[in-house]
Design a protein around this ligand. Structure first.
Ligand code: HSE
Length: 309
C-alpha cells in the first residue's frame, strides 16, 4: 500500500453562464496540486501551502482541502491520519474554482492511500464538504468538472448525479483574470431570490439548447444559446469593464462569453484559430478599464483530477 501520493486537480469554469450552480467545465491550463502522506496519528494536518495563493488557513477544518479529507477520514473511521502540502496554481477569489480544486486534489490523493479506494461519486461528496468551508453554500459546478473532467452537468445536491457532456472538437476556452479579488459570498449575496417567469423560460431554453447543441456539434446553436439572462445581468456591475470585455470577445468571433463562476474572471468559448486574437482583445478591453490581467487559452479535457506521483 502507498504511503504518499500527489494529485493534480484542474481549475474550472463553474458555472458556465447559463447553468447556474449546475454546469461547469475544466480548465486544463491551470490547477492545484496536493501531496498527501499517511501518518500514524489520526486526523488531518496541513504542513504547508505554497504557490500563487498562500494566505489560506492551515487549520484543517477551516481549509477546503483539509476539511474534504477530514470528512473522508471520519466517515470511514480510518485508523491512520494524513499530512498534506497544498501547491496552489489557481488564484484566490478568481472565479476559477480554486477552493474546489484543492478539495478535489486532496481527496484524490488521499484515496490513493486507502486499502480499498472509493468511487469518484463518493469522493465528490467529501470534496463538497470541503468546498462548503469556502463558499458557505453547497454547489458542485466546480467540484464535478474538476473531479470527473470535461463539461459536466450535476443534478441533485444530497444525492448528486453527474453527466459528462461531449464538447465539440476544436473548441477552446479563453480566460482573462483581471487583478482584483471578488468574494464568492459577496457575488452570491447580491443575487435576487426571485426570477421573472419569462427569464426562467428563456434561461431553460438556452441551457437545453446549449447541451443539445454540444451533443450534435451545432456551433450556431451554441452561439444562440450561450446567453445567461438571469445571473450575468446582476453580477456584471461587480466587474469593471465587463461589457467592453464581452464585446471584445464577441466582435472577434467568440461563440459566447460570460462570467466564470462568481467572477471576476471572464471566459469565452471559440474555435481554435480565433483564440489568440480574442484573448488579445479581451486583455486590451480590461486594460482600457485600468485592470491588468492573467490569461489562458485552455482545452476542455475530459480527464479531470488524477494522481501524478
Ligand atoms: N456557481 C457558483 C456561483 C460558483 O456562481 O456563485 C462559485 O463558487
Amino acid at each position: 500500500m502507498r504511503n504518499s501520493a500527489t494529485a493534480f486537480a484542474p481549475a474550472s469554469v463553474g458555472n458556465v453562464g447559463i447553468g447556474f450552480d449546475i454546469l461547469g467545465h475544466t480548465v486544463e491550463a491551470i490547477g492545484d496540486r496536493v501531496r498527501v502522506e499517511r501518518t500514524v496519528e489520526r486526523g488531518v494536518r496541513i504542513r504547508a501551502i505554497t504557490g500563487v495563493a498562500t494566505e489560506l488557513p492551515l487549520e484543517a477544518s477551516r481549509n477546503t482541502a483539509g476539511q474534504a479529507l477530514k470528512s473522508l477520514a471520519e466517515a470511514h473511521n480510518l485508523d491512520f491520519g494524513f499530512e498534506m502540502t497544498i501547491e496552489k496554481g489557481i488564484p484566490l477569489g478568481s472565479g476559477l474554482g480554486g477552493s474546489a480544486a484543492s478539495a478535489v486534489a486532496a481527496v484524490v490523493a488521499g484515496n490513493a492511500l486507502l486499502e480499498i479506494p472509493l468511487s469518484k461519486l463518493e469522493l465528490l461528496k467529501f470534496a463538497m464538504k470541503g468546498e462548503a468551508v469556502a463558499s458557505g453554500s453547497v454547489h458542485v459546478d466546480n467540484i464535478a468538472p474538476s473531479l470527473f473532467g470535461g463539461l459536466v452537468l450535476t443534478v441533485g445536491v444530497d444525492h448528486p448525479r453527474t453527466k459528462q457532456i461531449p464538447v465539440p472538437p476544436g473548441i477552446r476556452c479563453v480566460l482573462v483574470h483581471p487583478h482584483m479579488y471578488l468574494s464568492t459570498k459577496e457575488a452570491r449575496g447580491i443575487l435576487s431570490s426571485t426570477v421573472k417567469l419569462s427569464d426562467l423560460v428563456w434561461q431553460c431554453a438556452n441551457l437545453a439548447g446549449f447541451i443539445s447543441a454540444c451533443y450534435t456539434n451545432d456551433l450556431d446553436m451554441i452561439r444562440d444559446a450561450f446567453e445567461d439572462v438571469i445571473i450575468e445581468p446582476q453580477r456584471q456591475a461587480l466587474i469593471p469593464g465587463f461589457r467592453d470585455v464581452k464585446h471584445a470577445a464577441m466582435s472577434n468571433g467568440a461563440l459566447g462569453c460570460s462570467i466564470s463562476g462568481a467572477g471576476p474572471t471572464v471566459f469565452c468559448w471559440c474555435e481554435t484559430p480565433a483564440a489568440e486574437k480574442i484573448q488579445a482583445a479581451m486583455i486590451a478591453a480590461f486594460g482600457a478599464n485600468g485592470l491588468a490581467c492573467d490569461s489562458w487559452i485552455s482545452s476542455i479535457e475530459a480527464t479531470g483530477a488524477r494522481v501524478i506521483d
